[in-house]
Write a protein that binds this ligand. Structure first.
Ligand SMILES: CC(C)(COP(=O)(O)OP(=O)(O)OC[C@H]1O[C@@H](n2cnc3c(N)ncnc32)[C@H](O)[C@@H]1OP(=O)(O)O)[C@@H](O)C(=O)NCCC(=O)NCCS
Length: 155
């Protein structure tokens, strides 16, 4: 399944492919916020872990995780439609969770569109608890749900 593809850190050469996947698979129906220049800045940001699966030009999946204080925030995450339900998303999420633990993060936060059944099921399956529903979270148009996963016991 993943044997011929390795998860690796993203490089600037991956920025276009990440932006295109974000446009098609995450930001569809919304203004395109994660264009190539912004993705390039994120890849260069020392507070962001940017990972991909697949070679430049054939990126099959990616994840961007931002660190602030004790929290990690999954900013963008997608698997190419042709590679879904094969454990690719799970492999990337586990990589990012291990990195977050190693970095000392106590919690991972993420948001999903309310109507994104696949993402909500995926995160639920991986121990993310759904919290507040935020009306018009996405560009003032679409409702979202906040999810979080604690990586260690609170207190
Ligand atoms: C959500 C997403 C990342 C899942 O990636 P994936 O590689 O297909 O996930 P996996 O194969 O690792 O799935 C693990 C488990 O998550 C759940 N899951 C994944 N996709 C699902 C779906 N479409 N419907 C219901 N459950 C789903 C299942 O429990 C699945 O296990 P199973 O296949 O044994 O039933 C992928 O569908 C995607 O990229 N969606 C578009 C972008 C997106 O929504 N990103 C997240 C925005 S916050």
């Amino acid at each position: 399944m993943l044997s011929n593809l390795t998860i690796r850190l993203a490089t600037p050469a991956d920025a276009f492919a990440i932006a295109a996947l974000s446009r098609a698979e995450i930001e569809h129906g919304l203004p395109w916020a994660w264009r190539e220049p912004r993705v390039r800045r994120a890849i260069a940001d020392p507070d962001i872990n940017a990972i991909v699966l697949g070679p430049p030009g054939a990126v099959a999946a990616f994840g961007l995780m931002y660190y602030a204080d004790d929290d990690a925030h999954l900013l963008l995450f997608a698997v190419h439609p042709a590679r879904r339900r094969q454990g690719v998303g799970t492999a990337l999420l586990q990589w990012l969770e291990a990195a977050a633990r190693a970095a000392g993060a106590r919690r991972i936060r993420v948001e999903a569109r309310m109507d994104n059944v696949a993402a909500r099921s995926f995160y639920n399956e991986h121990g993310y608890q759904e919290g507040a529903i935020v009306r018009a979270l996405y560009s003032g148009r679409l409702d979202g749900v906040k999810l979080e996963k604690w990586l260690c016991s609170v207190g």
